[in-house]
Design a protein around this ligand. Structure first.
Ligand code: IDP
Ligand code: MG
Length: 138
């Protein structure tokens, strides 16, 4: 079964929305195969978002991502990557569709509540970045 990588970002953890977002994930039909609370270091955030290193918002992004605890998840379903992107909505909550997680819980384009992988290849890389094999259920 295909997998994707999801993160509940520090803004949503801080706002007390972990439970709401986990419920949304389960209602949407994903099987959670990995989940834990982590405090991401600045260095980890820089590596995780390396692809955006040349973008003007990179410094703000990695500082935000290491500013407080996040919840990381590995999710399984048919078409997991695209299905999770559809469930979270557009990067900017002002452009996110009604009922999507970012529409419901994101504060801004930067503090946008959740992360989702953009390809099967990156999903595998991102799951391995945060989870040991023993932390994922079969
Ligand atoms: P995505 O999370 O929807 O895939 P990306 O373009 O991959 O969006 O950007 C990664 C993250 O960088 C976003 O989720 C958001 O937190 C942050 N970000 C993207 N664009 C901006 C911006 O214009 N200003 C501030 N932060 C941004
Ligand atoms: Mg992205």
């Amino acid at each position: 079964m295909p997998r994707t990588f999801a993160m509940i970002k520090p803004d949503a953890v801080q706002a007390g929305n972990v439970g709401n977002i986990v419920a949304h994930i389960q209602t949407a039909g994903f099987r959670i195969v990995g989940m834990k609370l982590v405090q991401i270091s600045l260095q980890q955030a820089q590596r995780f978002y390396q692809v955006h290193a040349q973008r003007p918002f990179y410094g703000e992004l990695v500082e935000f991502m290491s500013s407080g605890p996040s919840v990381v998840l590995a999710l399984e379903s048919e078409n997991a990557v695209q299905k999770w992107r559809d469930t979270i909505g557009a990067t900017d909550p002002a452009e996110a569709a009604e009922g999507t997680i970012r529409k419901l819980y994101a504060e801004s384009k930067g503090r946008n509540a959740v992360h989702g992988s953009d390809s099967d290849e990156n999903a595998a890389i991102e799951i391995a970045f945060f989870f040991a094999g023993t932390e994922l259920v079969g």
